[in-house]
Design a protein around this ligand. Structure first.
Ligand code: SF4
Ligand code: SF4
Length: 75
């Protein structure tokens, strides 16, 4: 079975939160960044991206990230 791996490029993240909105809408049926399975933190003025244990690697967040901060690789 083909699965996705999401490679993170923190340095490209603008904090736009598009990834969180598409994730929460798709998987929780609500537009709410805090309900997403991807986290965007700001630490010392830089972004830090991480995934919760609920992330299923669907790849949608990477597809909709316009800034190349998330890269989907099919395995
Ligand atoms: S990872 Fe991409 S979509 Fe998500 S906040 Fe950063 S720039 Fe926006
Ligand atoms: S890969 Fe899918 S489930 Fe995981 S954070 Fe991205 S959109 Fe959400």
């Amino acid at each position: 079975m083909q699965t996705n791996k999401i490679i993170i490029h923190d340095q490209n993240c603008t904090g736009c939160l598009t990834c969180q909105l598409i994730c929460s809408f798709t998987h929780r049926k609500i537009f709410n960044p805090s309900e997403a399975f991807i986290r965007i933190q700001t630490i010392d003025h830089t972004k830090k991206i991480s995934f919760t244990s609920e992330c299923n690697n669907c790849g949608l967040c990477a597809k909709y990230c316009l800034y190349k901060a998330l890269e989907r690789v099919e395995e």
